[in-house]
Each structure stands twice: as structure tokens, then as C-alpha cells.
Ligand binder design. Structure first.
Ligand code: SF4
Ligand code: SF4
Length: 70
């Protein structure tokens, strides 16, 4: 199980434009078999740039909601 949520890429929606790969400030993304892939998840800072730039909405960044104890 992931210890933190990570960007999810829907390969069916990905058109291989590479915009997300180019904009990622930590080089966490790469093209693998013609699809954008989170190749280095440990590098991801969750900046949301890849989600914002994707023209086909193929990238989703789920958020983890943590409730504080009373
Ligand atoms: S920006 Fe979107 S469509 Fe383009 S390579 Fe990345 S995931 Fe695929
Ligand atoms: S959220 Fe930011 S750091 Fe993480 S893969 Fe996307 S562009 Fe890269």
C-alpha cells in the first residue's frame, strides 16, 4: 500500500504529448511504451503541474484527508 497518494495516469486517455514529462520539476515522469508514467514516484512533490497541463485530463491527483484526533 502506498504511504502517500500519488498522481494517477489513465493510459487510455494519454496521447503521448509529453507535456507533463517536460513540465515536471523533479523529473518524476517519463514516457514508457509511448505513455506517460510516474517512473520515479519518490521524486514527486505533488506540485500538481502535470495535472494542470494535461490536455486530456489523463492525470488525477487524489488527496488524502487526515482527521486530527480531538
Ligand atoms: S500531458 Fe497528458 S496526454 Fe500528454 S503525455 Fe502527459 S498524461 Fe499523456
Ligand atoms: S505532481 Fe509535480 S512533481 Fe509530481 S509528477 Fe506531477 S509535475 Fe511531477
Amino acid at each position: 500500500m502506498e504511504r502517500w497518494p500519488l498522481p494517477r495516469i489513465d493510459a487510455a486517455r494519454c496521447t503521448s504529448c509529453e507535456r507533463c514529462v517536460e513540465i515536471c520539476p523533479t523529473q518524476a515522469l517519463a514516457q514508457v511504451a509511448d505513455k506517460a508514467t510516474l517512473l520515479y514516484p519518490e521524486r514527486c512533490t505533488y506540485c500538481t503541474l502535470c495535472e494542470d497541463i494535461c490536455p486530456t485530463n489523463a492525470i488525477a491527483l487524489p488527496f488524502l484527508i487526515v482527521f486530527a484526533r480531538q
